[in-house]
Design a protein around this ligand. Structure first.
Ligand code: PLP
Length: 393
């Protein structure tokens, strides 16, 4: 017999992947140049030179076992030191290699954190709009996903609705800033308010309520925007970080879970995260990539290409009448669906080979997500289609 809920998850790709796969099929029929694919968040800038140099150096200068052998399940201790040294320098923290556990990207990092906290009846809160995969990260892993409606149109946090949803079963709130899909960065003020609310609720319910801070876009910011470091604001924070987007290496599968040294139950929590990772088949993150990211811990992405796309698309779309919050980070734009129905608008766009993701699965059925990590040339050619679509409303 086959597990039907797993089969369902395998059969139905995410709404993002569905469109992305459709785009590839359609390109084979109508020609790649006639498909405007804004569906997926695949970094469109090359990995920085430092990444390639680190790979070549490792292969040429080190012995094979050091480069390709198993490491301890948390990762190589001296490489973890390099990552925490970078964080301590940037944020004035006192993290040690104990606090870091290398994973195969942010996805298993979040899953491990969720599984570590999933006691019977537990609830994990996501703030809409949220990355649709959170459903898959949470629900098959022993917890209920509780969704807080969005704070339109600014997309900070809807505190009135959040407070109503915190119960004695709440184990964690997932925070994602810079945010996929809005590109919004939660301000220091927003995060302090969140910390205040959670501290009060922790007192009330008598157990920790953790923030799981999912941060694949931490380094992707525009106009010198600042991304506050959440462990410095709220002690009970678990950071799930990924190098996928920051170093343009999403296929290399490398990231980490960081249990802040200020967390309640720091040691048992790290033990539970290690156990949770083990239970989903984690042995160690790729050894070569541990080395690469440790050596590149201080390398930041060159945001000029993404910024050029962001500004061109934002200026063009708002001049046509689209409404959108200006992204401060990441490489997405979240646009209000003209006519109000994102699925209908996305279907209409798809008929013209313009692929933009309806916000339904992000918890916002009246908004559309546009990935701006695309070629500038394709973006330019797509603009008349965007104009036509809004004029048809
Ligand atoms: N979380 C968010 C908000 C994302 O956007 C993504 C990828 O797009 C992930 C997690 C997964 O990232 P990774 O490739 O590191 O697993």
């Amino acid at each position: 017999m086959i597990n039907e809920s797993m089969r369902e998850m395998g059969r139905h790709r995410s709404c993002i992947r569905e469109l992305f796969e459709y785009g590839k099929q359609q390109a084979a029929i109508v020609g790649k140049e006639n498909v405007f694919d804004f569906s997926i968040g695949n970094p469109s800038i090359p990995a920085p030179e430092e990444v390639n140099t680190a790979i070549i150096d490792a292969v040429e200068k080190l012995d094979s076992i050091t480069v390709h052998g198993y490491t301890s399940s948390s990762g190589n201790a001296s490489l973890r030191d390099m990552v925490t040294d970078d964080l301590n320098k940037r944020y004035g923290t006192k993290l040690t290699n104990f606090n870091i556990f290398f994973t195969c990207g942010a996805a298993p990092a979040v899953v491990s954190a969720v599984r570590a906290l999933a006691v019977p009846g537990s609830e994990i809160i996501a703030l809409a709009p949220f990355f649709p995969e959170y459903r898959v990260y949470v629900e098959p892993n022993g917890a209920k996903l509780v969704i807080v409606p969005p704070d339109r149109p600014h997309f900070q946090i809807n505190f009135t609705e959040l407070e109503k949803r915190i119960t004695a079963h709440t184990q964690a709130v997932i925070v994602n800033s810079p945010n996929n899909p809005t590109g919004v960065i939660y301000s220091q003020e927003t995060l302090e308010k969140l910390a205040g609310l959670l501290r009060r609720k922790e007192e009330e319910v008598g157990h920790p309520i953790y923030i799981i801070s999912d941060e694949p876009y931490r380094e992707l910011v525009y106009d010198d925007a600042v991304v506050p470091f959440i462990p410095s604001i709220y002690p009970d924070t678990i950071v799930c970080y990924s190098f996928s987007k920051a170093l343009s290496v999403p296929g290399e599968r490398i990231g980490y879970v960081l249990v802040a040294d200020t967390c309640t139950d720091e040691i048992p929590l790290m033990d539970a995260i290690m156990g949770a990772a083990r239970s989903i088949g984690h042995v160690c993150a790729p050894s070569l990539q541990q080395r690469v990211v440790a050596l590149c811990a201080g390398v930041r992405p060159d945001m000029r290409v993404y910024d050029k796309n962001r500004m061109r698309l934002y200026d063009a779309l708002t001049s046509y009448g689209y409404e959108c919050v200006k992204p401060q980070g990441a490489f997405y734009m979240f646009v209000k669906a003209p006519g109000g129905d994102a699925q209908a608008f996305s279907d209409g766009a798809k008929a013209k080979n313009l692929l933009i993701v309806p916000g339904n699965d992000f918890g916002c059925p009246d908004y559309l997500r546009i990935s701006t990590c695309v070629s500038y040339e394709m973006l330019e050619r797509s603009l008349p289609v965007f104009k036509e679509l809004i004029e048809e409303q």
